[in-house]
Design a protein around this ligand. Sequence first.
Ligand code: PLP
Length: 373
Amino acid sequence: MTGPVARIDLDAMRHNLSRVRELAPGSPVVVAIKANAYGHGLIESAQALVDADAYGVARVEEGLQLRREGVSKKIMVLEGFASHAELMLCQGRDFELVIHDISQITQLEDYLTSERTHHASQDDAAFVVWIKIDTGMHRIGIPAGESRAAIEKLRQLPNVKLVGILTHMASADDRKSDYTQLQLQQFESCIDPELEVSIANSACLLNWPQSVMGWVRPGIMLYGASPFSDSTAADEGLQAVMTLRTHLIAVHELKKGDAVGYGGAWRCPEDMRIGVAAIGYGDGYPRHAPNGTPVLVDGKHAALAGRVSMDMITIDLRNVAQARVGSSVVLWGEGLPVEEVAAAAGTISYELFCRLTARVKFRYEGKELLNHL
Ligand SMILES: *Cc1c(COP(=O)(O)O)cnc(C)c1O
């Protein structure tokens, strides 16, 4: 069978969670499984990570999907709700909703007022919330200077339980930047002795121990990729989880000067062999990956030669004398760190993982050890 297969090593995922525990002993862990667990499969990943303390998703719909699958664990919705209708969907789902904007507090207030008139019981109107504080990233979050007022406001709302405050770091993946330290100082000014705290994503866990307090929120490291541009997963004590593989479906002997693929983006510098592998941007392989982007053919280093097509890529086989139709081609994973591919393609591992399409077949290993949700 041709066509790309993503092998997902769930034991490696579990190993990476144990690495989080090592780095944050005593901290409860919210595993970020938003965006289909960074492209690894929401339910399988949730099952593999069942020892976590909570699941973190971006949107309400993702939380609902987990509940529909029978997940009873705590679910943190990192963007919270966006409308009255979504609040209604959240009711009784036992979510922890992140409030990042004053408008959400108003919505919550309005919702509770109108629902009181409609519901005899007030119990099912209870919402558990966190406040996200903007300490300098300027994406989402209530400005640090307004956090005290927001905390007070939420404390006054009936049927709302405020459990904690969190923030997100803009430059934690940059070891040389002092911005993380500045954001930490901002955050410290907002700490309330009665509230939980949460700061650390993967880069914080691996590089900023001073940010590791309260709840930690790892994502990318669970999937066995380094958040830094100067290290690989192995350097960080992590194991690659995804290996994306396909096969050669054609091999050509070309002459010096022959053009390969759309636009002739590769011209053979000498007589050479070109392999054609069954994967393309229709599977999520990045079209912007240039000539020279690394791949493994039969375990040996080779490189893209020519533009990525929808269903195929073309590969310089000068380094792989034994390559033939049917040879295995690894795009990233075992033997080829995803970070190297991401760097060559001018992107990050997060995006490579997330963009895989439904045409890629997923095979899970280590599944026999999965617990039921
Ligand atoms: C996605 C996300 C994380 C996880 O980040 P990684 O860099 O993948 O570790 C943590 N916190 C929030 C709010 C997120 O949205």
